[in-house]
Design a protein around this ligand. Sequence first.
Ligand code: SF4
Length: 154
Amino acid sequence: MARKILVSACLLGHKVRYDNGDVPCLDSRFLKWYEEGRMVHICPEVVGGLPTPRPDAQRQGDRVVTGAGSDVTEAFEKGAQASLKLAQGHDVALAILKQDSPSCGSLFIYDGSFTDAKKEGQGTTAELLRNNGFLVFGEDQLDEIERELARIDG
Ligand code: SF4
């Protein structure tokens, strides 16, 4: 049985983003892995207890705050822990998470200034997964993911 892939729920068309939207990934490889039943999905922010829609939030150091200054770090950490538990419980080989998100970003995130500027960095969930040995990619890295899955599947 092929090992599983942990996926950001919004990439599968779940309307869980802060603005009530989704960002479905329609690449044929991504859809094939979905149809093969390999994906387990989660929205760390929703599982962490935040509503949809919700205020936009960004990482500022170890904290996560909204544009209005509310500290939502605890909810983000709760969602990250739930994601880790899900990955550990489902024989997950790697994660495909939405790039740029303060939870799911794996290469880039917004820089905390709420000016639309990004910086190299990772979201709270991506960071926790990596710290526990999981490979984490963004939806913009499907070539790398395809190669990695070929290696993992043997
Ligand atoms: S937390 Fe992750 S799964 Fe949830 S909406 Fe944001 S990017 Fe998508």
